[in-house]
Design a protein around this ligand. Structure first.
Ligand code: SME
Length: 189
């Protein structure tokens, strides 16, 4: 299973400029990690266990990915429900659409990259240690079904490489976990 890499990177759309050495390193890390996640998903078919192992694999392998978790959507109640995660426990197990970074992504269906969470006016703090956050939507076909949420204790931790990687991870999860829709239905009741 190959990782498609910089598919959604603006820079890649603009030109064929070569990657700088930091981007090459980051690309290699993400590519190797994508293979590890693919093997987790090939082995573990129980959805919550597989998602939890994906969170752990990502958090263990990427520097300053300090909280990694999934939220899933209930389009009727307009609420997000916390699924598997690794990191500090959070009180925010249910989030209204529109509230916080996660709630904004639930409405927009677009990645949200908060370089400095202290500069955000619509942000839900899970821990005072968190300094930056990225939330990447998860789609099954055209339908927005959830999101992966990463918090870092480092300011400005995330960039386009992280976004492209996390989009590919979400896509792989949806393709590999046949039971994901049933899992979500039960979780968000
Ligand atoms: N910070 C998120 C809330 C979820 S926690 O980070 C786990 C937000 O603003 O939506």
């Amino acid at each position: 299973m190959a990782w498609a890499g910089k598919t959604n990177c603006n820079r890649a759309k603009k030109s064929f400029e070569p990657l700088n050495k930091f981007e090459v390193l980051s690309f290699m890390n993400h590519q190797a990690l994508f293979q590890k996640i693919a093997s987790v998903l090939a082995k573990e078919k129980e959805v919550s266990l597989a998602l939890h192992q994906c969170c752990a694999t990502i958090a263990e392998n990427l520097k300053a990915y300090d909280w990694v978790g999934f939220y899933f959507m209930n389009h009727v109640t307009q609420k997000l429900h916390l699924g598997p995660y690794v990191g500090d426990p959070t009180d925010h197990t249910v989030i209204d659409f529109g509230k916080g970074i996660c709630g904004q992504v639930a409405l927009s269906g677009e990645t949200y990259l908060a370089a400095d969470v202290n500069a955000e006016s619509n942000y839900i703090a899970c821990s005072i240690n968190v300094r930056s956050e990225i939330v990447v939507p998860m789609f099954k076909g055209d339908q927005l079904i959830g999101q992966i949420d990463i918090d870092s204790h480092q300011v400005d931790r995330f960039g386009q490489e992280d976004e492209a990687f996390l989009k590919e991870v979400n896509q792989l999860i949806v393709e590999q976990l046949d039971g994901i829709e049933d899992y979500i239905q039960t979780l968000v009741k």
